[in-house]
Design a protein around this ligand. Structure first.
Ligand code: ZN
Length: 282
């Protein structure tokens, strides 16, 4: 379980104190903190509390949402991303996940240009703070209003366009990219370029009843999670496997039961040694 991380959004009904108490009881080793969980909290205290929990803070979710129809709106988003950099630094989070954004009706190419410009505007502060920025491509069903970056190839293109700064990379979320025929090649390229920052897992249910909030536990759906995970490890990635599940069903359930299920399904997926690394089961 040494690589199991849980996103606070996965257990949305729990506040941050409860997450910090309950996750370690299940053997969870890392926590990715969503910004709403920080509201009203003293960040230095949060940093100390996470340290006391024995877990690593893996990332802060989330920055991004750069495209907008006016320059003033784009600037206010950049300001919010700069605030996220300060928050990440304050709680000791090494990276910020970027959900890049899109505006319905605005051409995707224009949104991608605005995303690239927005990241460029935030990068210097991130570098100074020692915080990485990680572009998370989202499934194309979200290309209208959540992200104009829908493939790993597009994420690489943004990294290229910005001159491949060390602090800019990619978060691979199986839910968003499992269908991509280029997936293995693009994961390999992310490894070769040092861009593979983060790895998120959950499952794709059939039928999916809600395009945002019906994600499954590992094993509830049809994604070849273990195979993709082995591709990721095959690049030399040794970071956390982050369980990120948006689910009305699970949010309505007893979160203790849900956390039990997260741990059990994680162990199920990783029950056998990896052919990529030969690492023993966890
Ligand atoms: Zn994700």
């Amino acid at each position: 379980m040494s690589r199991l991380c849980v996103h606070t959004i996965s257990t949305k009904p729990l506040n941050l104190d409860q997450c910090l108490t309950e996750y370690p009881k299940q053997g969870v080793s890392g926590i990715t903190i969503w910004r709403q969980a920080l509201e009203g909290r003293d960040l230095a205290t949060v940093k100390r509390q996470v340290g006391d929990s024995g877990m690593d803070v893996v990332s802060l979710c989330r920055g991004g949402f750069f495209p907008a129809t006016t320059a003033a709106a784009r600037q206010s988003v950049i300001d919010d991303n700069l605030k996220a950099v300060e928050q990440a630094h304050a709680i000791g989070a090494p990276l910020i996940v970027l959900v890049c954004g899109a505006v319905p009706g605005q051409p995707l190419a224009e949104s991608r240009k605005q995303i690239t410009e927005g990241i460029a505007a935030v990068l210097p502060a991130a570098e100074q703070a020692g915080v990485k920025l990680s572009i998370e491509p989202l499934h194309p069903m979200y290309a209208d209003d959540r992200s104009a970056v829908n493939t790993l190839r597009q994420a690489h293109e943004i990294c290229d366009a910005l001159g491949s700064p060390k602090s800019l990379g990619i978060a691979v979320d199986v839910y968003h990219v499992w269908w991509d025929p280029e997936l293995k090649a693009q994961i390999d390229f992310a490894g070769q370029t040092g861009r593979l920052h983060a790895f998120h897992i959950c499952d794709w249910k059939t039928p999916t009843t809600d395009l945002l909030n019906d994600r499954g536990l590992m094993g509830e759906g049809c994604i070849n999670i273990r195979e993709i995970s082995d591709w990721v490890d095959g690049t030399g990635f040794t970071g956390f496997r982050e369980v990120e599940i948006f689910s009305n069903k699970w949010w309505a359930a007893d979160q203790q039961v849900f956390l039990d299920q997260i741990a059990a399904s994680y162990q199920q997926v990783y029950a056998s040694p990896s052919p990529a690394t030969g690492l023993p089961r966890e």
